[in-house]
Design a protein around this ligand. Structure first.
Ligand code: PHE
Length: 337
């Protein structure tokens, strides 16, 4: 019996070397420490042991069980601690690169436009998004029955109080002329709103940069020169220009500025709709009625004004053909622009 106890102890000591985790420790317990385990099997045979040997054998058996139980306890403690302190991660995985944010493409274009104009001596003015009918239409020489006032184009805040979301940045011209005396040289970037169906080329909310120059003897030639210098700084010196006659109630004469398509060089492509030309701004000489309405004598002063759509310029620069992509806020798209 003593021999068997010694043998089992050796076996237990040997098998401890194979216990590397909770799972193998469980097998260890099942083999030796449960009621049907090998240690208990030896205890069960105590009845065969002669009376005088019982104290010795019993003591040895108890020592054996304590030995196995102690080993079991300390290993189980050790594995539990290891489990708690080892987080469930693979430290050999390569790290994830963090996102580096950048300004939205529309704001990048806006910043560039502001930089070009401020380098030419323009300052930056701002006005409210919620305007009154007077600044948005009346003071800009819109006749009372002009279609742009129509419910279909304008978002009215409340139909009875004359407040509306500005449909263009031109009302800021009025605010600047009402609060400053010539010479005035300002650009006015901002958000504008139109009750338009949203599609690949138009949104109900977009941005414009307005420009205004009022002084003595300001001429159409200066307007052309300013626009051309701006376009060269934005698109390079190789582009061609053309001014097409147009109409705005607040400018006379009025023109639309086209530049040769810098994507195809004027040969015709998808972006310029095969015309070779891109429309980039409305402009003209400030109407005498508008100057007079702001207490600026049209006999002594003249001025020019222009307006760019910023999303349009952004689309041309980034080469996207759907304006909605700019505002869907899909990072996969924006990080490519
Ligand atoms: N306000 C005009 C528009 O929204 C653009 C414009 C601005 C035209 C200034 C002429 C002068 O279409």
């Amino acid at each position: 019996m003593i021999k068997e106890i010694t043998k089992l102890k050796e076996e237990i000591s040997g098998s401890l070397g194979n216990v590397a985790d909770m799972e193998s420790l469980d097998s260890f317990k099942l083999k030796y420490l449960v009621k049907k385990g090998s240690i208990q099997a030896l205890f069960d045979r105590m009845k065969e042991v002669p009376k005088e040997d019982k104290p010795l054998i019993g003591k040895e058996l108890n020592l054996l069980r304590k030995f196995a139980q102690d080993k079991f306890n300390s290993l189980s403690e050790k594995f539990k601690r290891a489990e708690e302190s080892t987080p469930d991660i693979d430290l050999t995985l390569p790290g994830r690169a963090g996102y580096i944010g950048s300004r939205h493409p529309v704001l990048q274009v806006l910043d560039d436009m502001v930089n070009v104009f401020t380098s030419m001596g323009f300052d930056v003015a701002e006005g409210p998004d919620i305007e009154d009918d007077h600044h948005n239409f009346d003071a800009l020489n819109f006749p009372p029955d002009h279609p742009a006032r129509d419910m279909q184009d304008t978002f009215f805040v409340k139909s009875d109080n004359g407040l509306l979301l500005r449909t263009h940045t031109s009302p800021v011209q009025i605010r600047v002329m009402q609060s400053q005396k010539p010479p005035i040289r300002s650009i006015m970037p901002g958000r504008v709103y139109r009750n338009e169906a949203i599609n690949s080329r138009s949104l109900a909310e977009f941005h414009q940069v307005e420009g205004l120059y009022v002084d003595k003897k300001v001429s159409f030639a200066e307007l052309k020169g300013t626009m051309m210098i701006f376009a060269c700084k934005m698109y390079g010196n190789d582009i061609d220009f053309r001014f097409r006659p147009s109409f705005f109630p607040f400018t006379e004469p009025s023109a639309e500025l086209d530049i040769s398509c810098f994507l195809c060089g004027g040969g015709g492509c998808r972006v310029c709709k095969k015309t070779g030309w891109l429309e980039i701004a409305g402009c003209g000489m400030v109407h005498p009625n508008v100057l007079g309405g702001c207490d600026i004598d049209p006999e002594r002063y003249s001025g020019f004004a222009f307006g760019f759509g910023i999303e349009r310029v952004t689309m041309l620069r980034t080469g996207i053909d759907d304006i909605r992509l700019l505002y869907e806020n899909d990072v996969r798209v924006l990080e490519q622009l």
